[in-house]
Structures are given as structure tokens and as C-alpha cells.
Design a protein around this ligand. Structure first.
Ligand SMILES: [Zn+2]
Length: 280
């Protein structure tokens, strides 16, 4: 009888279900209404909870965009402070971007050989990022928990990365919204908005940085006499982007699990800089 009971034991709801077919590397699991959040045994459970809640907040207005991500098998993997992007089974084979990769920033293109050419694939990725969008979107525990040890303390990088997924979902599930973002981006480039900021790199970064301002957890950007910090600043500066973001996110400007929502840390200490774009 005891044996039978053990055989019928309910699976641990915090372990990844077998149907996901994941590498045994993954030991923790949360369900963001159909989007799995997974991790090794290392990250704190609270980091997975935060990731789940931020996903739920960002998709609350658009179940169709959530469905598009579920249909494509998107999931989120959380890494611990002593783990790196290339520790994940899905990322182990990654190589560094070539010099003509369109995702390189303005400054990376200018200084490719010193900044990237001399690094190994592993060294490049360890320096470049601890979070990334895509089918295995990755988030760092220290970012989700808002810890001082975060390399990008003062902004929530996971909101940025998951916003990339939202735009991908719009591209397949709501082409009209995607076209609206394209129009806003072309207008921004033509009229010199977001001059030299990371925001202007590609349509994807434009959308993701805009999403961070929408949710009031991006670091201050200053350029051409403009200071952009809040959703109100965004609305005044780039109303076309704001309108597109509203189509995706509705009227909510706060993610309850977001550690940097309206945080003082969004503003760098000391005098306000005249320009926050990278100089290179
Ligand atoms: Zn990005």
C-alpha cells in the first residue's frame, strides 16, 4: 500500500514537468500562464517568482501575444549570480557576433577589433550580457531581485529582454502593430530622436528601451537637452512610440514585481550628465 501511494505521489510542482523535455540541468520551474520559467537549483526561488510575475504583467493586456509566444515554445531561464549565459544547455554552442552583425552597437562597430575580435566566444558573452531575449530568454537573478551586485543596477534588464519577445509576438500575431512600430522607428531615425543612444540601434532596441520607460524602470537618458526617465517623458518626447506601446501594454505603467519601478537608482549619483549616450 505504501509503495502504491509512493508511486502515485503528485509530482513536485516546483520541478519542471517531464512534458517540457528539458535538459536535467533544469531543476526549478514556475508557470507564467503557459510560459515556463526554469532554472538550475542555484537561483533563489524568489527570482523565479519575480520573472513569472513580470511576464504576467507585461502580457496581461494581450493574451494573443502570450499565445504566440507559447506556440513558439518560448520559455525563460533564470541564471544565478555564479552562472553565466553560456552555462545554459541551449546556449553552450554560442559564438561571438561577426563584424557585420546588425545587432552590434555604434561603438562596437567602431572598435570591433579591440572590443570583440580579440575575445574568445565565452569571454565575449560573459562581458556582453547576463540576459537575452529569444526562445530561451535568459534573466539574471540579481537583476530580478534588484541587488546592488547587478551590473546594470538602476534598471530592470529583464523587462527590456522580455519586451523583445513582445515585439516578436506582435510581428507574427499583430502585423498592424508591428507596422506601427516600424513607422515610429523610421520617424525617430529621420528626425534624430534618441540621438546616439542605444535606443536608436535597431527597431528592436527602440521598442525594448521604450518598454522600460513605459514601465518606469529604465535609467535616465539625457541627450540634446532632453531628459527621459518616466512614461510621461516618453509620451511627450516620442508620442508615436508611446501609442504603439499602449497597444501592447494597455494603461498599466507598473509591474508589481519590478524592483526598479520609480526607483531613485534610475538616476546616476552626482550632477545630472549632459549626455548619457556612450562616447566612443
Ligand atoms: Zn535589447
Amino acid at each position: 500500500m505504501l509503495g502504491l501511494l509512493a508511486a502515485c505521489a503528485v509530482p513536485d510542482p516546483s520541478a519542471p514537468p517531464a512534458r517540457l523535455g528539458l535538459d536535467p540541468f533544469y531543476r526549478q520551474y514556475r508557470d507564467a500562464e503557459g510560459i515556463p520559467v526554469v532554472a538550475s537549483e542555484k537561483p533563489p526561488a524568489a527570482a523565479l517568482d519575480r520573472a513569472r510575475d513580470i511576464i504576467d504583467g507585461m502580457l496581461a493586456h494581450r493574451p494573443d501575444l502570450r499565445d504566440a509566444l507559447i506556440a513558439r515554445g518560448y520559455r525563460v531561464a533564470v541564471i544565478a549570480e555564479d552562472e553565466a549565459l553560456l552555462d545554459l544547455p541551449e546556449h553552450r554552442h554560442w559564438t561571438k557576433p561577426p563584424p557585420d552583425d546588425p545587432r552590434l552597437t555604434r561603438c562596437e562597430k567602431l572598435h570591433y577589433e579591440e572590443r570583440i575580435g580579440q575575445l574568445s566566444d565565452r569571454e565575449y558573452w560573459d562581458q556582453r550580457a547576463r540576459a537575452i531575449a529569444g526562445p530561451t530568454t535568459t534573466a539574471a537573478a540579481e537583476d530580478l531581485l534588484g541587488l546592488r551586485s547587478s551590473r546594470w543596477y538602476g534598471e530592470t534588464i529583464f523587462v527590456h529582454e522580455f519586451a523583445h519577445n513582445v515585439l516578436l509576438a506582435a510581428k507574427v500575431a499583430d502585423p498592424a502593430l508591428y507596422a506601427q512600430v516600424e513607422q515610429a522607428y523610421v520617424h525617430a531615425r529621420e528626425t534624430g530622436l534618441w540621438k546616439d543612444e542605444y535606443t536608436a540601434t535597431t527597431i528592436d532596441e527602440y521598442w525594448a528601451e521604450g518598454s522600460q520607460f513605459w514601465f518606469n524602470s529604465n535609467r535616465l537618458q539625457v541627450f540634446s537637452g532632453q531628459r527621459i526617465l518616466s512614461d510621461d517623458d516618453l509620451k511627450a518626447y516620442d508620442p508615436a512610440l508611446y501609442a504603439a506601446l499602449a497597444s501592447a501594454y494597455g494603461t498599466v505603467h507598473r509591474l508589481s514585481a519590478d524592483p526598479f519601478y520609480m526607483a531613485e537608482a534610475r538616476i546616476p549619483p552626482g550632477p545630472i550628465p549632459e549626455n548619457t549616450a556612450e562616447v566612443c
